[in-house]
Design a protein around this ligand. Structure first.
Ligand code: UT7
Length: 325
């Protein structure tokens, strides 16, 4: 049975925050941010806009491009670390906005969330329970970014991407999948407070514990290592050579991470890797579906091309999918 990407869509909020804007907020400069990360600007959602609003906009486009109607969607998985609220799941809020009553849930695997969700969707489709699944990666990271911490606040942005996966009788377009995780690294990239271990209190707010904390250097090293390995593993599983691959769509965290992966793999970054982190920064679970949608819109990939999606994030979590678009 053949699993396909039927449609992709993306949406970012219109408000742009440039590196120069950040110079007025924390002690940083455009030169440092560009050279250390490759990021030039990012999008920030207005206060009244929540993650489900961004998710809904991306979902509408993905469903339309799949030539489907919202009623054709059987289930929704929303990958996010910034849900509208702890519960109900953002997936239900998006379903309501789409005007449908459907099963759904949020999946939390940080920056690997979209990739993990895609593997879950694939398993559902293969099991025969559903025919069309909407997978969304959506974040308003600006709400959990510490705007006093220059080591993290320059990195993140808001946005959403969505994909409709469907199944038919043709050969599957999903060629290979690979997932990894290491809970021993949880405290290298995390948000300490707001969960059951450290519920919100005056103390947690005062100590700025409701924001992303990251050991950048360690995260960087692991990101390069595990994303490189994941690409190699899916290539091997799917029996692909470098020449078979039209484009790698990596999680957009840092241009130096992407450069290092390209170098380890022995391919040209410009030719084989899609990059849009200069415009949006790191949008966690939204980064890969946003990049996928832009790769399609810009003509970097066409139907039939073999691509690899590769992610790394908090957990640590990582993985890759090789597929025929
Ligand atoms: O989404 C999940 C995956 N996330 C990632 O993969 C992120 C991985 N990490 C990174 O991308 C990089 O580690 C960062 C971009 C976060 C940091 O780059 P770095 O080259 O590792 O810099 P660093 O943290 O080692 O800091 C170097 C210097 C420090 O100054 P000293 O101690 O050398 O005097 C920092 O204080 O740069 C300083 N610094 C800054 N300077 C200006 C840190 N942030 C800034 C800033 N502006 N925004």
């Amino acid at each position: 049975m053949g699993i396909k990407i039927a449609g992709v869509g993306m949406y970012v909020p219109p408000r742009v925050l440039t590196n120069h804007d950040l110079e007025k907020i924390v002690e940083t400069n455009d030169e440092w941010i560009r050279t250390r990360t490759g990021i030039v600007e990012r999008r920030i959602a207005d206060p009244e806009v929540a993650t489900s609003d961004l998710a809904y906009e991306a979902a509408k486009i993905a469903i339309e491009r799949a030539n489907l109607k919202p009623e054709d969607i059987d289930a929704i998985i929303c990958a996010t670390i910034t849900p509208d609220m702890v519960f109900p799941a953002t997936a239900y809020l998006v379903a309501e906005k789409l005007g449908i009553k459907r099963p759904g849930f949020d999946l939390e695997a940080a920056c690997s969330g979209f990739l993990y969700s895609s593997t879950v969707a694939t398993a559902y489709l293969r099991s025969g329970i559903f025919k069309n699944i909407l997978v969304i990666g959506a974040e308003t990271l600006s709400r959990i970014t510490d705007w006093q911490d220059r080591s993290t606040c320059v990195l993140f942005g808001d946005g959403a991407g969505a994909v409709v996966y469907t199944i038919d009788d043709s050969p599957s377009d999903i060629l290979a999948m690979e997932l990894g995780g290491d809970g021993g690294c949880g405290d290298l990239l995390y948000m300490p407070a707001g969960g059951s271990k450290m519920p919100a209190s005056e103390e947690t707010v005062k100590n700025r514990l409701h924001f992303i904390k990251m050991n950048g250097r360690e995260t960087f090293k692991m990101a390069v290592r595990m994303m490189t390995e994941s690409v190699e593993k899916v290539m091997k599983k799917a029996n692909l050579t470098k020449d078979d691959i039209k484009l790698v769509i990596p999680h957009q965290a840092n241009i130096r991470i992407i450069d290092a992966i390209a170098e380890y793999l022995g391919v040209s970054r410009e030719e084989k890797f899609f990059v849009n982190l200069d415009k949006y920064g790191n949008t966690s679970a939204a980064s890969i579906p946003i990049a996928l949608a832009e790769a399609v819109e810009s003509g970097r990939i066409s139907r039939g091309d073999i691509i690899i999606l590769v992610a790394f994030g908090g957990g640590f979590s990582w993985g890759a999918i090789a597929l025929r678009y």
